[in-house]
Every structure is written in structure tokens, then in C-alpha cells.
Design a protein around this ligand. Structure first.
Ligand SMILES: NC(=O)c1ccc[n+]([C@@H]2O[C@H](COP(=O)([O-])OP(=O)(O)OC[C@H]3O[C@@H](n4cnc5c(N)ncnc54)[C@H](OP(=O)(O)O)[C@@H]3O)[C@@H](O)[C@H]2O)c1
Length: 297
């Protein structure tokens, strides 16, 4: 049996972090860290971690993800999404760790009307998107062996997310009003986690090129709107509350959302031979996992 790979997973208490733990393969030695036991904004803490531990691969699932709050808290968003990426990229370079960094569809604001591949130019709007774009640039500038994996509309049975909010509202309200003019690709965090483990397994077989930062898009297949996504969530959950479609301007938020940010994950699926699922198929599993974990229905 080959020696297990040492993997450092940051953001362990986030929904992706928890999904990576749920899907952990047997042949890796995982070190899951939270902000309280390894704050990536603190270079001293990172150095101390690497002095005591080894990481062949780092999966950076840590981020500041409060999109609307970021407008009032620019410093916090940039600290976690830009400075922290710079820090972990420097540590990865020094310690010969391959870095897989997670980014977002929020970089694609305006002007898109068909699924977005890795060739498209980013157009970040809002503090959250700008801070994530700055993090990507920090990693590209570091020019270490690394990958940026952009994902979209992430949801799971863990923590707060759109699927769980819609199920709660569907149970509490007589009607749920949901935006019907924003398009994207939902991504079940379990599928993303399995994809990342598959990526790690492939890297083990084929050493990544020095100094190269690869870009990948990852979502479940298919394009939908928040409205259609909600009708599917409630349908699968067996909740009969009516869903009323509304337009973006009827539900103003501090941060503008992309009107179309569906990702095209073909490069990831092909390169890592990953069986990407349609979002509806993945959603059935997610709703069932939520039912099992919380006994909510
Ligand atoms: N959620 C989505 O819809 C979505 C969509 C597209 C892309 N993404 C990207 O996917 C990735 C994972 O998202 P997620 O939904 O799993 O996020 P999440 O649930 O918010 O988890 C992020 C985790 O990172 C931790 N963290 C924040 N600052 C840190 C720091 N300085 N040092 C160490 N840890 C820190 C947070 O800890 P605290 O809670 O203690 O601060 C949190 O546990 C992120 O890169 C995000 O930008 C998410």
C-alpha cells in the first residue's frame, strides 16, 4: 500500500470542509484545521503549523463568504480572501505543497448568457467578488504548483445555505417568493468534495508542473434559476407551499448578484475522469442527507 498523502484542509468547519471530512478517502492522512486552530491571516501560526506537520497537498476551503456583510466589512473580506491566500501560497511554495484553492462564480458579473468556461475573463463586482479575485491574483502571482477551482451556488446538509433556508421557509410560510431572473449551476458540496479527492488521486499519479497554476470550473451539470431550484428543493422535500417567482429588483440586496454565472465544468470532468452529476440528481441526495442528519421532516 502506498504511503498516505498528507493533506491540510483549511476551513474545516465550513460546508465544504465538512463535506471533505464526510467523503475522506482511506488512503490520505488529513489534517483538518479551523480558523481558531490555524488562522491563515497569521503567518507565524502558518509557519508553526508547517514546523510541526507536513502537507503534500493543501485544500484551501477557508474564506470569508458573507457576501452582503462584506460591503460593510471590506477589511475582513480582504484579510481572509486575499491576504490569507497570499500567506498560504507562500507557505505552500516554501514547503513544496500543492495548493488547491477554492474560488467563486461571483467573479462573472454581467455580459454572460451561456455556461462559462475557464477561458472567460472575470468581471468581479462587489467587495466579496473583488476580494476573491484578489486572492486568485495572489495565487497566480505566487506561480507555485497550484489549482484554482471555481464553484457556484454551493449547498449541502451542513451549516446555513440556500437549500436549507428554502426548506425552512417552505415549512414556515404560506408562500415563498424567489428570484427567477438569475441563472446559475447549483453545486452539492458532497460532489465538489468527491471531485477534489479525485483530483488529489490524479495528482498523485501525475506530478503537477512547477510554477503552473491551473484553473478549473466545478458545478453540477445544468443551468437553472433560484426559482426553479426552489421548486425542485420543495418538490423533493415533499413540501407543497407555493413558490412565487419574482424579479431581482423586487428583492434588493446590498451586493448585486450576477445575472448569469453558470459554470461549464467539462475541463474538470475530463481531466480527472470525474462523473459529474446533473444538479437535480445531486439535489435528491442532498435533501435526503439533510433529512437523515436533522430528522427535519
Ligand atoms: N457558499 C457558496 O455558495 C459558494 C459559492 C461559490 C464559491 N464558494 C467558495 O467555496 C469555498 C467554500 O465555501 P463554504 O460555503 O464552505 O464557506 P463557509 O461555510 O463560509 O466556510 C469557510 C470557513 O473558512 C473559515 N475561515 C474564514 N476566515 C479564515 C481564516 N482567516 N483562517 C482560517 N479559516 C478561516 C471560516 O471560519 P469562521 O466561520 O470561524 O470565520 C469558515 O469555517 C469558499 O472559497 C467560497 O468562496 C462558495
Amino acid at each position: 500500500m502506498p504511503t498516505p498523502l498528507n493533506i491540510l484542509i483549511t476551513g474545516a468547519e465550513g460546508q465544504l470542509g465538512k463535506s471533505l471530512r464526510k467523503t475522506l478517502p482511506a488512503d490520505v492522512k488529513a489534517h483538518f484545521v479551523t480558523k481558531s486552530n490555524l488562522n491563515l491571516e497569521n503567518n507565524g501560526a502558518i509557519d508553526a503549523w508547517f514546523a510541526a506537520n507536513k502537507a503534500d497537498v493543501i485544500i484551501n476551503a477557508a474564506a470569508y463568504t458573507k457576501v452582503d456583510q462584506a460591503e460593510k466589512d471590506r477589511a475582513a473580506a480582504f484579510a481572509a480572501n486575499d491576504a490569507a491566500v497570499r500567506n498560504i501560497a507562500a507557505a505552500a511554495g516554501k514547503n513544496q505543497s500543492y495548493l488547491i484553492h477554492i474560488s467563486t462564480d461571483f467573479l462573472f458579473h454581467g455580459g454572460f448568457n451561456r455556461p462559462i468556461d475557464e477561458e472567460q475573463k472575470i468581471n468581479p463586482v462587489g467587495i466579496y467578488a473583488e476580494s476573491k479575485a484578489a486572492g486568485e491574483k495572489a495565487l497566480l502571482d505566487a506561480a507555485i504548483p497550484a489549482a484554482i477551482v471555481r464553484t457556484s451556488w454551493l449547498y449541502s446538509e451542513f451549516n446555513a445555505n440556500f437549500m436549507k433556508t428554502m426548506i425552512r421557509l417552505g415549512r414556515e410560510k404560506n408562500e415563498v417568493r424567489v428570484i427567477a431572473d438569475q441563472h446559475g449551476s447549483p453545486t452539492y458540496a458532497t460532489d465538489l468534495a468527491r471531485g477534489l479527492w479525485q483530483m488529489v488521486a490524479h495528482m498523485r499519479a501525475k506530478r503537477p508542473q512547477a510554477g503552473k497554476v491551473e484553473l478549473y470550473h466545478f458545478s453540477n451539470w445544468g443551468v437553472t434559476t433560484w426559482y426553479d431550484f426552489t421548486t425542485a428543493i420543495l418538490g423533493i422535500a415533499g413540501i407543497r407551499t407555493p413558490v412565487e417567482p419574482i424579479l431581482t429588483h423586487e428583492y434588493p440586496l446590498p451586493t448585486p448578484r450576477p445575472a448569469y454565472s453558470a459554470l461549464w465544468p467539462r475541463k474538470f470532468a475530463k481531466e480527472f475522469n470525474f462523473p459529474m452529476r446533473h444538479w437535480r440528481t445531486a439535489l435528491v441526495d442532498a435533501v435526503n442527507a439533510y433529512k437523515l442528519s436533522e430528522g427535519v421532516f
